[in-house]
Structures are given as C-alpha cells and as structure tokens.
Design a binder for this molecule. Structure first.
Ligand SMILES: [Fe+2]
Length: 192
C-alpha cells in the first residue's frame, strides 16, 4: 500500500508559546492575537503567490504569529493595556530575547529585524534580510495595533503617509525606498 509522505509538522506550537507569555485572560491578548493573525494571513498569501516551499510556509506562519511577542514588556499609551516598563522601540529586541530563550533563533531574528529598519545601540542599521523576514515585515506594515484600526487594512498610500508623517518624519527617503522595493516584489501577490 502506498502512503503519501506527510507534510513536515510545525516545530513549535505558536499558541502554547504565546500563552506562556500572554495569557488569554490578559486584556492585551485580543489585540495581540488579532494583529498577528491578520499579518500572518497576508504574509501567507504572499508566500503562496511566490510558490515558496512548504517548509518556508510553515516557518513564515510561526514567525509571523510570534513576531511581536516583545510588546508584552513595552509601554505604549496609544495602545490599550500596553503597560510594560520598556520603550516601544525596544519591542523587536525584547521579542528576539524571548524567542532566543525559547530555542527559536531563526524566529528570534524575524522579531529582531521586522520593520523598515532602525538603528540599534551600536548605531547599526537593523532591517529584514531574509525573504521570510521581508515578507513578514511587508505584511506587518498594513496593520496597526491600535484598537480602532486593528482590523483595518491600510492602503499603500496610508503606509507611505505613515512613513512620511508618523514613523520616519525626519528622514523618510531611505524607508520609502525600502518599502517600494518590498512593494514591487510582494504587492502583486498581497493584493491580487
Ligand atoms: Fe506587527
């Protein structure tokens, strides 16, 4: 009798890991799960469009669900119940430390590098490098974590507007350039 080879099992249960740090009874939980689920959905749409191998699909699914786990330790008054002790800008590094501690170095790097880029304490530019990191970062730009906009899919113009006026008002050009690089590659799959 012939059996098809089963697909590789995910190497982590995202929900078990998320619940270890953020209980479903925590008031921030709904925001976290909604945001990462929407980002994961968009990232996987791009992954499918690019016809990446199944192992990449599984990794992107896990890493997208975990990419913002560092927010549990930050303080950000604009987002409800985010009352940690560290500045919001450290959430990438805090997520990296959490996932590294959990034995997931590749997922940890997604948490560390997600976004359009920032300078670390050594003045080094940290930005997504791998395809998975770029896909998740791109998808993440289209969803906010603020309650009233949580489910709202930003348009490309919304993202550009945010880069110019909110995220990088002092020096938007390199970030716009990087966004447009990602948009050229992933946009057709994300919004087809
Ligand atoms: Fe995010």
């Amino acid at each position: 009798m012939h059996y098809d080879k089963p697909p590789p099992a995910p190497n982590t249960n995202c929900y078990t890991l998320i619940h270890k740090y953020l209980s479903p009874s925590h008031p921030l939980y709904g925001t976290y799960i909604t945001h990462v689920t929407l980002v994961t959905q968009l990232a996987l749409k791009i992954t499918k469009g690019l016809k990446l191998p199944y192992k990449d699909y599984v990794f992107i699914k896990e890493a997208a669900m975990l990419h913002d786990i560092g927010i549990i330790y930050v303080h950000h008054p604009q987002i409800l119940y985010m009352h940690g002790r560290y500045p919001y800008a450290t959430h990438q590094y805090l997520g990296y430390l959490i996932l590294l501690k959990e034995g997931l170095p590749k997922h940890a790097k997604v948490a560390l590098r997600h976004g359009l880029g920032y300078y670390n304490y050594e003045g080094k530019l940290i930005r997504p490098r791998t395809e998975a990191e770029k896909i998740i970062s791109y998808a993440d730009l289209f969803y906010s974590k603020s309650t009233e906009k949580l489910w709202h899919l930003r348009t490309t113009n919304d993202v550009l507007h945010a880069i110019y006026n909110k995220w990088f008002p002092k020096n938007p050009t390199p970030y716009v350039k990087f966004f447009m690089q990602l948009h050229k590659k992933y946009g057709p799959f994300a919004f087809s």
